[in-house]
Design a protein around this ligand. Sequence first.
Ligand code: ADP
Ligand code: MG
Length: 254
Amino acid sequence: MLSIKHLNAQIVEGDQILKQMSLELQPGEVHAIMGPNGSGKSTLSSVLMGHPGYEVTSGQVIYQNQDLLQMSVDERALAGVFLAFQYPMSIPGVSVLNFLQTVVNVQRKKKNESLLDAYEIIQKAELACARVGLDKSFLSKSLNEGFSGGEKKRVEVIQMLMLNPKLIIMDETDSGLDIDSIKKVSEAVSFMRDGSRSFLIVTHYKRILDTIKPDKVHVFHDGHIIQTGDMALADRLEQEGYDGIVNQSSKEHQ
Ligand code: ADP
Ligand code: MG
């Protein structure tokens, strides 16, 4: 599904953030990425989505047999790559429902599928709201304007549910959510999980992973993965914090 090899990337006219980053994600797999603030997890998410503020200097990313780095942001989205942002943007004057209708129909149009009318969109959107525990009255509000952190994150999950992507990157979607909402988000992931869709879940907390049960857990530090394990690694991180593992890894590399 996704093969990242020796990826180096920097902020445009700035520091190198991703350093020899490699990762293999098979179809249907769910991988968790945990790591300290500032280690480059959001940079990785942005680079995979094609954010223009980051520049890949070397390395390779293959997504479903295509060179992802050669694709525009639109092409990536159309090919099924979806990023739930750590800090979702607000768009004053555009309702959540309008926004959902636009993003869903832009993709359907490009795929030569029939467009969904307002009624069909409302039905799907209300179902998605129920799945994430967001009152349907949010659909008529301006996108993310004045929304709490947790409400914005749930709107991201609503998009994910409605766009039906193949590779889902969730950047700290569970941060800022209360316990009940975390449960809803992990249930939404479990609901979407099938034999072919893959997930990269960036998180600091084991709680969301307890329900999702990822296939692999990676520790990310200084722009690359320093350790890979299973849920036991997430347990250990919760007990010991990142320091122990980071120190152990740097000793091993001396
Ligand atoms: P994480 O998501 O793991 O907390 P980030 O990828 O957000 O880490 O950031 C990695 C490092 O790159 C941090 O030091 C951050 O300040 C810096 N950084 C990321 N994006 C930018 C940017 N657009 N401009 C300046 N610095 C940035
Ligand atoms: Mg981040």
